[in-house]
Design a protein around this ligand. Structure first.
Ligand code: DGL
Length: 271
């Protein structure tokens, strides 16, 4: 079997790139639901339905383990899929998200115990980060700041433009206006590493900026070690197949930039 990696669009490539670096031996299928992105402004029900459809599609393509490389999908759909759908979908199917491993990493990063979360509207509204943090580290406070313009800028390849600076500065200022004790910022949307240079420019000196790729890759490596029954059934030819629900040429051009290597993608209709 292959390992499935899912995102609403390009953002999950920032996770896949790090997974590929950490675990190059496995075979992966990436599915970007670019035709229906962004998910961040959609209702719980819609994000859940879209995510479930894409997870089913990946299962049907020989993946038995799927990573939701999308915070919005992890926040709004993961729990329902794990609790309600997976038990009826067949033996040995697994879906993992990106929020839990990110929260686990916080303890060693923050001294002030006040952490900023930059994410989509959907992820902020779900309260998934504060709730998960409260369970693991009750002394850490999570301050959320929605950044609704960032995903559209990235999906439209405008993230290097001067116009992007305005929205990066605005949301970071809004975050620190909520609490100036923040010493660590989570980029809680897998698209946001593409804006990292601009984010750094507007973030006060000395603040940690946490991206999720390496954290999720390490957590997947540990998961596979703990689950030899899954690890041994993973094929190991080091391949990645890319699928998008949008136009293939556009996807290939952007995805090649994100991954620093030319890629070939195939189109599949939005499920
Ligand atoms: N990349 C996704 C996330 O991590 C979602 C972006 C979107 O579709 O709004 O939240």
């Amino acid at each position: 079997m292959k390992i499935g990696v899912f995102d609403s669009g390009y953002g999950g490539l920032t996770i896949l790139g790090k997974i590929r670096d950490r675990l190059p031996q496995y075979d992966y299928i990436y599915l970007g639901d670019n035709a229906r992105t962004p998910y961040g402004t959609r209702s719980f029900e819609v994000v859940y339905q879209y995510t479930l459809q894409c997870v089913r599609r990946l299962f049907s393509m020989d993946c038995r383990l799927v990573i939701l490389a999308c915070n919005t999908a992890s926040a709004k759909a993961l729990r329902s899929i794990q609790q309600t759908d997976l038990p009826h979908m067949g033996e040995g199917l697994r879906v993992l998200g990106v929020i839990r491993p990110t929260v686990e990493a916080l303890d060693s990063l923050t001294r002030s115990r006040v952490v900023g979360l930059l994410a989509t509207d959907g992820t902020i509204q779900s309260q998934s980060y504060p709730l998960e943090t409260e369970k693991l580290f009750p002394d850490i406070k999570v301050i959320g700041q929605p950044c609704p313009m960032w995903v559209p800028l990235i999906e439209n390849n405008e993230h290097h433009s001067a116009g992007a600076d305005y929205f990066v500065q605005k949301y970071i200022n809004d975050l620190f206006a909520q609490d100036s004790r923040i010493d660590t910022i989570i980029l809680g949307c897998t698209h946001y590493p593409l804006l990292i240079d601009k984010i750094r420019n507007y973030t006060p000196h000395g603040v940690n900026i946490v991206t999720q790729g390496e954290i999720v890759a390490e957590s997947l490596a540990c998961y596979l070690l703990r689950h030899p029954e899954i690890e041994t059934s993973c094929t190991k030819d080091g391949t990645i197949h890319f699928f998008t629900t949008e136009n293939v040429d556009k996807f290939q051009a952007s995805a090649s930039i994100f991954l620093n290597t030319p890629i070939k993608a195939e189109h599949i209709a939005a499920p």
